[in-house]
Design a protein around this ligand. Structure first.
Ligand SMILES: [Zn+2]
Length: 244
């Protein structure tokens, strides 16, 4: 079997790119009108790290595909979708993400990082994250004792003060060793994939968090954040939130 080169994740370079031309390097029919397609470069963020998959369209010579989801197969991103017209062939293709969906996920993802910071500010110590989901409904789960009702009410206030003030969000690639030695208080270190390079995402004024997701340029774009509900779970607690 042919071994693919790792897919170039263009969404890391520019999370605001909604359309991108690249090459189809593999196209395989699935059942009925569905196909698997591998591109050399992609702007589709696959499902992972709590972030749902992007969706959108692919258009190439004589075909159109409704791209329903993208998934990782090791370092290769595999797209899966419904063929609307023609038949995919190796060669040039233009891919377009559903921008409304992607931008919502970017706003939710940056808001989720800010939730880690706001919770730590209110309770006075960092909380280790267990998992998160940025689809519907979205939440972040933390280990340990839940905040009191008073503290819980303050979290939303701290989040929205930061959003109103605004702050640049930056992402940079760093060696995994450096993340583990210099950022040992990052709240999700236990959940990171074992890769040589990791990506550190920093909201201005907050500590960096290792993350592979797509983020805003500035936290002010998140708009109003609603911290909705506190739920106890066996290992800790979950905070459900959404954007206004
Ligand atoms: Zn993240």
């Amino acid at each position: 079997m042919r071994v693919f080169r790792p897919t170039v994740s263009v969404y890391w370079r520019d999370s605001y790119l909604s359309s991108h031309s690249s090459q189809i390097v593999k196209a395989v029919p699935d059942e009925r009108k569905f196909w698997y397609v591998v591109l050399d470069e992609t702007i589709f963020h696959p499902k992972g790290g709590g972030q749902p998959s992007d969706k959108g369209f692919q258009r190439g010579t004589g075909f159109k595909l409704e791209d329903r989801k993208a998934m990782f197969s090791e370092a290769v991103v595999v797209h899966w979708g419904k063929l609307l017209d023609g038949s995919p062939e190796l060669g040039p293709v233009n891919a377009q993400v559903d921008w409304d969906w992607r931008y919502l996920l970017m706003r939710r993802h940056s808001a989720a990082h800010l939730l880690d910071y706001s919770l730590a500010q209110v309770v006075g110590h960092d909380a280790v994250t267990l998992d998160s989901w940025l689809g519907d409904p979205c939440y972040v789960a933390y280990r340990g004792d839940p905040p009191s009702q008073d503290q819980f009410a303050q979290i939303e206030k701290v989040e929205n003060e930061t959003v109103t003030r605004g702050g640049v969000i930056q992402a940079r690639q760093v060696a995994a060793d450096e993340v583990h030695s210099s950022f040992s208080d990052s709240p999700n270190l236990e959940r990171l994939p074992s890769r040589k390079q990791l990506r550190l995402v920093t909201i201005e004024g907050c500590r960096p968090i290792a993350c592979s997701g797509t983020h805003l340029h500035d936290i002010s774009e998140a708009g109003g954040i609603k911290v909705k509900r506190l739920e106890k779970i066996p290992e800790g607690f979950r905070i459900r939130f959404d954007l206004e």
